[in-house]
Ligand binder design. Structure first.
Ligand code: ZN
Length: 432
């Protein structure tokens, strides 16, 4: 099964015949050639290009190439007007077709048709520009829906409509394989690039066509003047020179590269130790770096430890200072007790009263001596118990309750700290 498509613009005019029963008929073989009249007109037409058309058909390169022979075999396909192939007149025949992607109007691959137009009206309209844009009529053998991949040529239409949008995708009919049926002049072509590119008089018929084909295949499809041909030949010469220079340069570069590689190899072969030394050096360096890292870690740990120790020392120092100040305080309390005892014993002994400030001026040892003297003087008449209430806790043996009693709020933490952390010292202190 096949499908017939006529590519002129407009939905109502886009002509599709499903179940087209023509079999592929562009087998190899002699083409039936119509004669070329010396009074006819030759026209080259870029008839169809690779890519999308305004009809939402997309021609693949494979489609264009696959159809190349079909335009002239087994017979030369007609050049008509407005796709009217049934009752319209044929104004010419396609004499040759070739695929090119060099300097095409679309910038993509194209089929270039070389047609001969013997029809007077046709010739006139082509020459005056009325017949200018063209459109192809083809039989599609492989036409697929771009949305679902359904082969429309083989199985008929799918649920998708050409030109409609599904999701973010436009539905195209992608043509992969086709056969030429006719080429037609149309007012509005579907392929916007499809038009005449060269109009000329046939001169020596076949040779002319052959020459034209040579130009098409080699350079471009424009009408060339002798000067242009000369220019192209010069350009070609220039390009060839440039190519040669580039190739020479490439060769030089390659040689240099090879030499450099050889030198590297030679160096490697000559001094195999150097790389080993380097490697060893690197290993040693790595080892040293590892050691350094290790040492730095140790240092850091030591510093942290030192900091901790310093903190502990500081705490201990402050505790010691507190201890010392407490000791001074206790000493002062001892002295105060001695002062009071001395003062009381002097009263008991009937001695004249002394100013407290005066007694305080004396040293502890001096006070202790003075108290001992007074006690001896007073003899057994004095009960030691009487002086107990003012006995310095540091001197007495019964420390526990007295210490508690003497506690000041500011000393509580310190004493507890002493008991827990420096129990030895604290014990010694409290036992003093
Ligand atoms: Zn589909």
């Amino acid at each position: 099964m096949s499908i017939m498509i006529r590519e002129y613009f407009g939905y109502d005019k886009f002509d599709v015949e499903y179940n087209y029963t023509d079999t592929k008929n562009f087998q190899e073989g002699l083409a039936t050639e119509d004669p070329i009249s010396p009074n006819s007109l030759m026209v080259d037409i870029e008839g169809i290009h690779v890519g999308a058309t305004r009809n939402f058909t997309r021609y693949m390169e494979s489609a264009l190439k696959s159809s190349e022979k079909s335009w002239t075999r087994p017979y030369e396909k007609p050049l008509i007007m407005h796709h009217n192939e049934k009752d319209g007149k044929i104004i010419g025949r396609i004499k040759a077709v070739h695929y090119t992607d060099i300097k095409t109007r679309s910038g993509t691959g194209a089929l270039v048709f070389t047609a001969n137009v013997p029809d007077k009206d046709g010739m006139e309209q082509i020459e005056d520009g009325r017949l200018q844009t063209t459109s192809i009529g083809i039989i599609g053998h492989d036409v697929r829906c771009s949305i679902c991949g359904h082969n429309i040529a083989e199985a008929g239409p799918c649920e998708h409509e050409r030109g409609q949008i599904y999701g973010n995708e436009v539905c195209y009919w992608d043509i992969y394989e086709m056969e030429g049926k006719e080429l037609s002049y149309v007012i509005v072509p579907s392929d916007v690039y499809a038009k005449n590119i060269r109009i000329y008089k046939p001169t020596t018929q076949k040779t002319q066509i052959t020459e034209n084909l040579q130009i098409h295949k080699g350079v471009s499809t424009v009408n060339l003047t002798e000067a242009e041909v000369k220019q192209l030949q010069d350009d070609k010469q220039s390009l060839e020179t440039q190519l040669q220079e580039a190739q020479d340069e490439l060769k030089t570069t390659k040689d240099e590269l090879k030499a450099a590689q050889e030198e590297v190899q030679t160096l490697k072969d000559a001094k195999p130790d150097e790389s080993e030394v380097e490697l060893k050096h690197q290993e040693e360096k790595q080892e040293l770096e590892d050691k350094l890292k290790e040492a730095q870690d140790s240092l850091k740990a030591a510093q942290d430890k030192l900091k901790d120790i310093e903190g502990e020392l500081k705490q201990e120092k402050s505790l010691r200072e507190s201890l010392e100040s407490k000791s001074i305080e206790q000493n002062s309390a001892t002295k105060q007790a001695l002062v009071e005892n001395y003062s009381m014993l002097r009263k008991l002994a009937g001695k004249p009263e002394m100013a407290v400030e005066k007694i305080q001026e004396r040293t502890q040892d001096s006070l202790i001596d003075a108290i001992r003297d007074l006690k001896e003087e007073l003899g057994d008449s004095i009960n030691v118990a009487t002086i107990k209430p003012v006995t310095n806790p540091t001197i007495t043996e019964s420390t526990e309750p007295t210490v508690k009693k003497d506690k000041k709020a500011s000393n509580i933490d310190l004493e507890e700290g002493l008991e827990s952390l420096f129990s030895g010292i604290a014990g010694k202190f409290s036992n003093k």
